[in-house]
Design a protein around this ligand. Structure first.
Ligand SMILES: *Cc1c(COP(=O)(O)O)cnc(C)c1O
Length: 456
């Protein structure tokens, strides 16, 4: 008798969304079993770094028997080591002394300002101009791709402890990018025929209601925006709230919108952020993936490599294999960016490359679409291609995956080997050179952009 494969999907029950922020840390029942000092540490760190978690993460993703080492616990809950000792001690002392709120606030803000809240020129160098006016809520760094931060999408279903956009979430309005101007987005894109990709980001655009998402995306079907071929949506919702695509009130409206856009010839590239295979191992996540792909959208995946969460080749190999089996396409492995709690999460570049290589060795070619380890640095995305020896000198081989100048892309260049380096600015040119090949041109570009912004 023929064995028939059926694709019956499991019945997924709706789950009411319950979110906890810094003020509700003490209300999370699962934490009650943890030692008091650990809970105090969390209260201290969450004064400085954003905290937000929900019931799905707590009930389904974290293995509480493995806390504090559990990777999803590390991904979402504040840990003492995320602040430098001097910062931790200062905030802890103020809290223990029950210092006046204003004094605590002043210290918290000072500590935040010391954590490089805006890495890689995000506040000025990437700012697009429309009729000479800077456009809030957008970034245009690489020729083909515009980043858009819809104002209704500037939170997430839960926050990652390592987030490089952490400064957006700590309540300082000046530090936020966001925009509710669908019109100026569309006007800017209409003027820029070199742009093929619109990347919605945040926060998480998938916290938006379907009707808001539609407001931004439907307009892309206008003939003057035919050059926008790809709509990319950067999102952690498959990890933090896959119900968004399954049981939420407007889940079907989201899928319907994706279907309309793909039917009209746009490519929807859903950029799913996954740090660990555990995040995609629940029935509701599998079902969300299946539903998104059934609309004609593709899911590509990306994540930084992080100590305490995923600094392990077997984990990456398993994650990439699971992704490919579910029909997702591995896209990037990033190096942790130079902001926030980076000292806690960073991995030396040489170790990152070894993990990448060891993971690649274990997977079929379909998984080897993931590029990396890549640093999203000021001049562009720089990939560590490997470590080798040339004429007796041990070097890193590097290349731009993306550059502020497209002419920099794909040219191999070399840096002195450095066992401790964790970021581009730690690297020195190899072979006695004074500068990397792009540095003069980059300095000129910066000066030009600065002049434009001053004029505007
Ligand atoms: C990564 C990134 C992009 C997208 O680059 P791709 O190479 O197309 O994936 C666009 N803008 C910024 C600012 C980025 O960091």
């Amino acid at each position: 008798m023929n064995q028939r494969v059926t694709l019956d999907t499991p019945a997924i029950e709706a789950r009411p969304f319950k979110v906890y922020t810094q003020r509700q840390l003490d209300k999370i029942e699962a934490l009650e079993k943890l030692p008091e000092d650990l809970r105090f540490d969390m209260r201290v760190v969450s004064q400085v770094l954003p905290f937000r978690v929900n019931n799905y993460v707590i009930d389904e993703l974290i293995d509480w028997d493995k806390v504090p080492e559990d990777p999803i616990f590390q991904l979402t809950f504040p840990q003492r080591g995320m602040l430098k000792p001097e910062h931790f001690d200062e905030i802890a002392a103020l809290m223990q002394a029950e210092a006046p709120a204003a004094e605590l606030k002043e210290a918290v803000e000072r500590v935040r300002s010391e954590l490089n809240p805006h890495p890689a020129g995000q506040m000025d160098l990437n700012l697009p101009l429309l009729d000479g006016q800077p456009l809030e809520g957008m970034q245009h760094k690489y020729q083909e791709t515009v980043l858009f931060f819809p104002s209704q999408g500037q939170v997430c279903h839960s926050y990652c402890t390592f987030c490089f956009r952490w400064a957006q979430f700590v309540g300082d309005k000046d530090l936020k990018f966001s925009s509710n101007e669908a019109e100026s987005l569309h006007a800017y894109l209409a003027e820029h025929k070199e742009v093929t990709d619109l990347l919605l980001t945040g926060g998480d655009p998938m916290v938006m209601k379907a009707k808001h998402l539609r407001m931004y995306l439907e307009g892309l079907l206008k003939p003057e925006l035919d050059h926008i071929q790809n709509i990319r949506i950067g999102s952690k919702s498959l990890t933090f709230w896959p119900y968004r695509f399954v049981t939420d009130d407007d889940a079907n409206d989201i899928l319907q919108l994706f279907r309309e856009l793909t039917a009209a010839g746009k490519h929807i590239a859903f950029m799913g952020h996954f740090n660990h295979w555990k995040e995609m191992d629940t029935p509701v996540c599998r079902e969300a993936v299946r539903r998104i792909r059934a609309t004609g959208a593709e899911i590509r995946t990306q994540a930084p490599l992080l100590k305490h969460i995923n600094d392990d080749a077997d984990q990456w190999a398993k994650m990439w294999k699971m992704q490919v089996q579910q029909g997702m396409i591995p896209y990037y492995m990033f190096a942790e960016r130079d902001t926030g709690a980076r000292h806690y999460f960073e991995v030396p570049l040489v170790k990152a490359w070894e993990i990448y290589r060891e993971a690649m060795k274990q997977v079929p070619g379909l998984c080897r679409t993931a590029r990396g380890p890549s640093m999203s640095a000021d001049p562009g995305k720089v990939e560590i291609q490997g470590v080798t020896e040339i004429q007796g000198e041990k070097v890193f081989v590097l290349r731009f995956i993306q550059g502020r100048s497209s002419d920099w892309v794909q040219r191999p260049f070399f840096a002195k080997y450095d066992e401790e380096a964790t970021w581009l600015n730690h690297l020195k040119p190899a072979f006695g050179e004074e500068k990397f090949f792009y540095e003069d041109e980059f300095a000129e570009m910066k000066a030009e952009k600065q002049a434009l912004i001053v004029k505007a």
